[in-house]
Design a protein around this ligand. Structure first.
Ligand SMILES: [Zn+2]
Ligand SMILES: [Zn+2]
Length: 425
């Protein structure tokens, strides 16, 4: 028997992307804090954990970088505002997921995935001491200067390296590439399988034909030779067919996304007219993060950045969301200083209904985003430290509908992107 190859991977602790991957699995179980992720990323994770708890479902991930980009690769583009710079990197990896409903059968999955992460850092030389940061100790929004000296609410002291860089968005996309070794393994599996199959078939045939004469050394050797030969030749052919078959299946799943693939460039071209610092990568990461929070929230309408109507009830059974890597641009409309952008987002969702897991459900959501055109993007934006347009106090928008200092109301779309409508297509 072939031994299952145990992939050993160790995160480089000085690399925030790798620390994030290492923490993510255990953070999902609630065993570890996701310190490499920013407040909004942690909040999204918290909402998903609450959903899992409420549904009595345990879910585990294991992400192990492998393949062509096991050491990570940075995307060439960076996007920045006055103080912050963001960039993205991806790691090809092996992803294992177990979804275990209480009392039900655990659903296990193993697949190749690429994990995309956005890292946000302070631009070198930029003074951000007066900028607001959510205290990693107690969650209160504070000036960075205060956090460096000791948080005025909880007393925790931080170093700048503990605050930035931070991972501000992440998602997993299926990876269909094969490394040479994986190709060999795939081939070997079919060759050995076919050889064993031929051997067993040979023995059975003898019985069927009534040739029940005792097996001689000669007949066994010839059967072994035939089996090996058929393993090599037929196994090769079968493995190719299996590969083509799975590619056709994947291609079939990809067809509905065709219009969306490569839409980034066109989208960016239109958007740059409105905001020169527009980044397609940022909007994608942002949209996925907001969608996850909306879909996992107990009541989506209580989220500050969701302005739409109630969601379909079945989303209450949703336990995991994967982004399929394509976001298609549909339309945009400018009205009274606000930009409304409609995009199609392709997701692969996992549901647990009555203790039964249904994973791999492809879904397309038509999402309309809105943002005030006159407000520049801030790449350190967080719903956990919204700035009051009235008194400039900072507060957690997930907990306050109005400013706790002056009682003023706010519109989140005056600060960053919000989602105003979601249609299931
Ligand atoms: Zn604190
Ligand atoms: Zn205020």
């Amino acid at each position: 028997m072939m031994k299952e190859e145990q992939v050993v991977w160790k995160a480089d602790s000085s690399n925030i992307y790798e620390r994030f991957i290492e923490q993510y699995d255990e953070a999902l179980n609630g065993e570890k804090e996701l310190t490499a992720g920013d407040q909004d990323t942690r909040y999204a994770l918290k909402l998903q954990q609450e959903r899992l708890r409420e549904k009595n479902v345990k879910m585990r991930y294991r992400i192990t970088p492998r393949g062509f980009m096991a050491d990570g690769k940075s995307l060439p583009r960076k996007w920045m505002d006055r103080h912050y710079v963001s960039e993205m990197a991806y790691y090809t990896s092996l992803w294992e997921r177990v979804i275990e409903p209480s009392g039900g059968k655990p659903y296990r999955q193993k697949s190749k995935m690429t994990i995309y992460e956005t890292k946000t850092d302070v631009i070198g030389g930029s003074n951000v001491e007066d900028e607001i940061y959510v205290c990693p100790g107690c969650g209160a929004p504070s000036k960075i200067r205060d956090l460096l000296n000791g948080c005025q609410y909880c007393g925790s002291k931080f170093q700048m390296s503990e605050l930035y860089p931070t991972i501000t968005s992440n998602y997993l996309v299926r990876d269909f590439s094969f490394t040479k070794d994986e190709m060999k393994k795939h081939l070997m599996k079919f060759m050995i399988g076919t050889a064993i199959g031929t051997f067993i078939f040979g023995i059975i045939i003898r019985g069927v034909k009534g040739m029940l004469s005792p097996l001689t050394v000669g007949s066994i050797i010839s059967l072994i030779l035939i089996s090996v030969f058929s393993g090599v030749v037929l196994g090769y052919v079968l493995s190719s067919y299996a590969l083509i078959g799975s590619l056709i299946k994947q291609a079939g799943r990809t067809v509905p996304m065709m219009g969306a693939i490569g839409a980034g460039k066109r989208f960016e071209f239109f958007m740059k007219k409105y905001s020169p610092e527009f980044s397609y990568e940022y909007l994608t990461g942002k949209t996925i993060a907001m969608l996850k929070m909306i879909l996992f929230a107990k009541n989506a309408q209580e989220l500050p950045f969701y302005l739409g109507g109630p969601l379909e009830g079945r989303f209450q059974d949703l336990v995991d969301v994967l982004f399929r890597g394509a976001m298609g641009f549909r339309s945009m409309k400018e009205k009274d200083g606000y930009l409304h952008v409609t995009v199609d987002v392709f997701l692969e969702n996992a549901y647990v209904t009555d203790g039964k897991v249904r994973a791999g459900k492809d879904e397309k959501l038509r999402v309309t985003l809105v943002k005030n055109l006159n407000v520049p993007i801030q790449y350190n934006f967080s719903i956990k430290k919204l700035e009051c347009p009235n008194c400039h106090g900072s507060f957690d928008a997930t907990k306050n509908k109005t400013c706790p200092y002056c009682g003023g109301t706010y519109r989140i779309e005056d600060a960053d992107w919000a989602i105003e409508d979601i249609q299931v297509i």
